[in-house]
Design a protein around this ligand. Structure first.
Ligand SMILES: Nc1ncnc2c1ncn2[C@@H]1O[C@H](COP(=O)(O)OP(=O)(O)OP(=O)(O)O)[C@@H](O)[C@H]1O
Ligand SMILES: [Mg+2]
Length: 282
């Protein structure tokens, strides 16, 4: 079965999208076939990170962005998929220059949360993405599916967690993040007791770490103590180059003249990608 991992923390801007993009590319460099899925909102951050957002928007404007990621949550998806045949999933997927494939976000994600909220049965409401992955993506040549989630808990998020059963939580070094990470553990426990499904926190990934400051180093130590079993082997340093690369529609792996911090970030993502696979295989 395909390995599925979702990035999640109930907080914006900690590096969920950046981590999914960089770990995805790291995993392809290690020989895996990777599909990324963007559920994180209509702004299309993951597609922007791989410079395919303008293609997505062209398709939207030309009325050709159907089916899209929000369609697979539809009651009618099985019927639609049957009609489209082999093209059904193919139509959703964009290839990128960095070897990962991507199912980008779509404006339809905007209303999806409330639409899902109208489904009475919780099993039905939260299991739509899982059904799509089981029935339509399992047959494709991907061995890893990474799902990027919004920085808040809603019905779309729960679909991602439900389908992936495994969570990667990027955290910044601050008091609020420590709290959010604690809340995440409680959330996952709640899911377990309410729905009987196990969603495991597989990796807490310290990101944007400025290790020249004492405060960051102190938080790093605290995270290591609190999450000794799940902390990533390497933290990702703060690097202006990551921001620059993202803005140019590429990951730091594609930079021609990477700064020292960008090189360290690349090495961290490579080591963490390897650790992620080891943990999942255990
Ligand atoms: N290690 C890093 N060094 C410097 N900048 C970073 C780093 N990681 C992420 N960033 C920048 O921080 C911003 C937020 O990152 P990102 O979009 O990945 O967070 P997110 O958790 O996905 O946010 P959201 O909750 O809004 O989806 C982006 O501008 C990104 O380029
Ligand atoms: Mg994001």
């Amino acid at each position: 079965m395909t390995t599925r991992i979702a990035s999640f923390l109930d907080k914006g801007g900690t590096g969920k999208t950046t981590s999914i993009a960089h770990l995805g590319v790291a995993l392809t460099q290690q020989g895996h076939d990777v599909l990324l899925i963007d559920l994180a909102g209509k702004q299309g951050d993951l597609a922007k990170a791989f410079d395919v957002w303008s293609d997505v928007q062209d398709a939207i404007e030309a009325d050709e962005a159907w089916p899209n990621i929000s369609t697979v949550f539809d009651d009618a998806w099985p019927t639609i998929a049957e009609k489209l045949g082999d093209d059904a999933v193919h139509d959703l997927v964009y290839e990128t220059d960095e070897d990962v494939d991507l199912i980008p976000a779509h404006p339809g994600l905007d209303t999806l949360d409330s639409e899902l909220g109208n489904i009475d049965d919780a099993g039905e409401r939260y299991a739509r993405l899982e059904a799509f992955l089981d029935d339509y993506v399992e047959g494709l040549p991907y061995d890893i599916v990474l799902i990027d989630l919004p920085g808040m808990s809603n019905n779309v998020t729960y679909n991602g967690l439900w389908a992936a059963r495994r969570v990667l939580a990027p955290v910044e070094m601050g008091p609020f993040e420590a709290e959010q990470a604690g809340a995440l553990r409680e959330d996952l426990e709640k899911i377990r007791s309410s729905f009987g499904i196990d969603v495991e926190l597989v990796m807490v990934l310290p990101n944007k770490v400025d290790d020249r400051t004492n405060l960051a180093t102190e938080y790093l130590e605290a995270f290591h103590e609190e999450y000794s079993d799940t902390i990533a082997p390497e933290y990702v340093p703060y690097s202006q180059d990551i921001r620059n690369a993202t803005q140019q529609g590429m990951t730091a792996f594609e930079l021609k003249n990477p700064s020292t911090t960008a090189q360290r970030a690349r090495e961290a993502f490579l080591a963490d990608a390897e650790a992620l696979i080891e943990r999942v295989e255990d």
